[in-house]
Design a binder for this molecule. Sequence first.
Ligand code: HEC
Length: 186
Amino acid sequence: MRQIVAIFCTTVFLIAAVSGADRVSLGVARFTPADELIFPADTDRWIVLGANIGGDYSDAEFNPKNPGMIGVVQMEPNAYNYLLEQGEYADGTMLLLSFYQAQEKPQPELRGFVQGNLSAREIHVIDRARYRDKRGFYLFADGREPSAMLPAGNECVQCHNEHGDFDSTFTQFYPTIRHVVSQEPE
Ligand code: HEC
């Protein structure tokens, strides 16, 4: 009998361990005691997923002479590796969108715009265990002060849920990974 109980207990333990392992948590995001997200120190090493021009949530019509901000999207490398291997986001995945002034090239013979000064940054953290909305959105100015999560149900979540192709992210605009998560043949 004792043996049977021992086997039963071991089985229950194993099932719990496996279902716990089901949801990988990267544990890379750091928070203050007040639950504010600390801006990660190594974002210069994050993987670039894509870039946009004039995507800075303005209601004005797009004007090619004054195109608005240049947005650059990056992903934390552990999260990126997990996505490539598993085809889904691990808990603790962080995505960064940085807005830069669009600066027209000063030499008229070199056409186009380049990234000027950094203007604002936004981080999207995906974590099913941590957030009611499964995700938290944080705004950072150009400084590095920790940032409080925008309240649950905010407009960021709404637009991302409605229009983002993959788990409320805009992978349809990210050439680095869209083939990884797309169901369609390339
Ligand atoms: C009206 C729709 C809309 C709203 C509202 C919105 N976003 Fe986004 N967001 C986008 C689009 C579109 C992209 C893709 C970037 C691009 O344009 O290349 C994006 C991308 C992002 C990314 C890059 C990672 C990802 O999830 O794809 C972050 C981070 C982000 N947004 C943060 C925010 C934050 C913070 C807010 C709220 C303050 C917000 N967004 C509100 C449309 C929206």
